[in-house]
Write a protein that binds this ligand. Sequence first.
Ligand SMILES: Nc1ncnc2c1ncn2[C@@H]1O[C@H](COP(=O)(O)OP(=O)(O)O)[C@@H](O)[C@H]1O
Ligand SMILES: [Mg+2]
Length: 254
Amino acid sequence: MEIVLQVNGIEKYYGNKNNLTKAIDHISFNVEQGEFIGIMGASGSGKTTLLNCISTIDRVTSGEIKVGGKDVTRLKGNNLNKFRRDELGFIFQDFNLLDTLTAYENIALALTIQRISAKMIDQRIKDVAKNLNITEVLNKYPYEMSGGQKQRVACARALITNPKMILADEPTGALDSKSARNLLESMEAMNNTLDATILMVTHDAFSASYCSRILFIKDGRIFNEIVKGDDSRKEFFSRIMSVLALLGGEGDVL
Ligand SMILES: Nc1ncnc2c1ncn2[C@@H]1O[C@H](COP(=O)(O)OP(=O)(O)O)[C@@H](O)[C@H]1O
Ligand SMILES: [Mg+2]
């Protein structure tokens, strides 16, 4: 299996000598092509910092992060923009769809920057829309869609450029439980059918139960790791709950 992401001994400190926060305190792990990885942990454990370091939005204090074998912590300027645009897909909690564009146009936007013919764009969008069950809303504007539909359009937009990896920070955080389930099923489909590699940060055990592997973070370190294997989603969910009980204390986790 191809390794898509290598995180090697990264640290991220905020503040200065007198007031130092170790947001990430030596974290290492690999992600293989086709994995759906969950990052879990209480509020303040370092999940967002980790994701932001991987997406190069934030800089590590030390250590290296390789995506497709290339150390992205050293990228600068245009190469940095190109890396984010071409090799990563993002699913944001608040969708980040443009209100004045239809679903189709929102998805196409990511591709028009890449100089792909209109015909190929059209074919790609229709294929992805079918897989994510949004064919009927392609000509609608965001205000005409449900939260779940908007989130699935956002998934399509993240997926359309064929990124090496899709990153999502608490993607179900703003959704009601039915829309959340819908979105998670879409992400599962992106992972299973379309072979997308996904890294999702969540503090919610139900969301995490859709992942194939989960890393638990506590105080900026990896505390535990569990693999779904042949478990059903329900069985995996109860294993997640057991680890969270071990992690202890913080109400936010549960
Ligand atoms: N820009 C920042 N400046 C200073 N401290 C920060 C900054 N971002 C995060 N932190 C601190 O780093 C720690 C980890 O935060 P974060 O990664 O946002 O956690 P999580 O996403 O798990 O809730 C927290 O103690 C937080 O207060
Ligand atoms: Mg966070």
